[in-house]
Design a protein around this ligand. Structure first.
Ligand code: PEP
Length: 261
């Protein structure tokens, strides 16, 4: 698999957009990226399953635009009606997949072990996992943020080798900031990112920890991206709502491109 770029921006379209809207957005993002972003900043569009092939086709040959899924099943194959396997994702050319998003943990009961199994299958099929973790508001207010994140990180990543970890992207997404318009301050996010990097160092060594992109997600917008990206341990973003509009997504990408080289 290609070497890790520590700076990276991922879009999470969630369950939005028609196929036509998805194609228009992809074409606009690619075109605007080419004309407005000079730095080699990897962008990953995490799109609904039915659009993977279309978006892959529209981004073909773009060295810095990759395509990701928003989920994958935790079993390799079998009688799991309605599910999508890592092998299927790979067979259409998918390069990344989100795992452990708080919406999936909360609404679909995704467990740390299932997340670990998903990551293992993705790695086996040379797809880079974007591993999400984050605390709820109650946990933050109870002073449990780092303890909760440690449990989530160890619960899903502890079984992997340093070589495997080198292919994994981490996304810190405080649950209280997702889709709420409430963003972690740059200082709040930096504190958590530094703690996560220290944990990666303890488990996988400094080289891997330093190379791992640790993204911030949660109401990341055009007007707050620059402050967050100025922090030393915030390597990019996982963007929900603001990734559905070319202009806001590109403004966020430009803010990050300042640090990409
Ligand atoms: C997300 O769900 O990954 C996310 C960060 O959403 P939003 O940007 O809309 O808060």
């Amino acid at each position: 698999m290609p070497a890790t770029h520590r700076k990276l921006l991922a879009a999470n379209w969630k369950m939005h957009l028609s196929l036509q809207e998805a194609q228009e957005l992809t074409s606009e993002v690619v075109q605007t990226y080419q004309t407005e972003i000079a730095a080699p900043l990897p962008l990953v569009l995490c799109v609904p399953f039915p659009y993977l092939s279309h978006v892959l086709h529209l981004t073909k040959g773009e060295p810095f635009v990759a395509v990701g899924a928003q989920n994958v099943h935790h079993k390799a194959e079998g009688a799991y009606t309605g599910e999508v396997s890592a092998q299927m994702l790979r067979s259409v050319g998918t390069q990344y997949a989100v795992v452990g998003h708080s919406e999936r943990r909360q609404y679909f009961g995704e467990t740390p072990q299932q997340i670990a199994d998903k990551i293992a299958l993705l790695l086996e099929h040379r797809i880079r996992p974007i591993f999400c973790l984050g605390e709820t508001l109650e946990e933050r207010e109870a002073g449990q943020t780092i303890a909760v994140l440690t449990t989530q990180l160890e619960g899903s990543l502890a079984g992997f080798t340093a070589e495997q970890m080198a292919q994994i992207v981490v996304a810190y997404e405080p649950v209280w900031a997702i889709g709420t318009g409430r963003t972690a301050s740059p200082e709040q996010a930096q504190e958590v990112h530094a703690a996560l990097r220290a944990q990666l160092t303890a488990h996988f060594g400094d080289d891997v920890a330093q190379a791992t992109p640790i993204l911030y997600g949660g109401s990341l917008k055009a007007d707050n991206a620059a402050g967050l990206f100025a922090q030393p341990d915030i390597d990019g973003g996982l963007v929900g709502g603001a990734s559905l509009h070319t202009r806001s997504f590109i403004i966020i990408a430009k803010a990050l491109a300042t640090y990409a080289h």
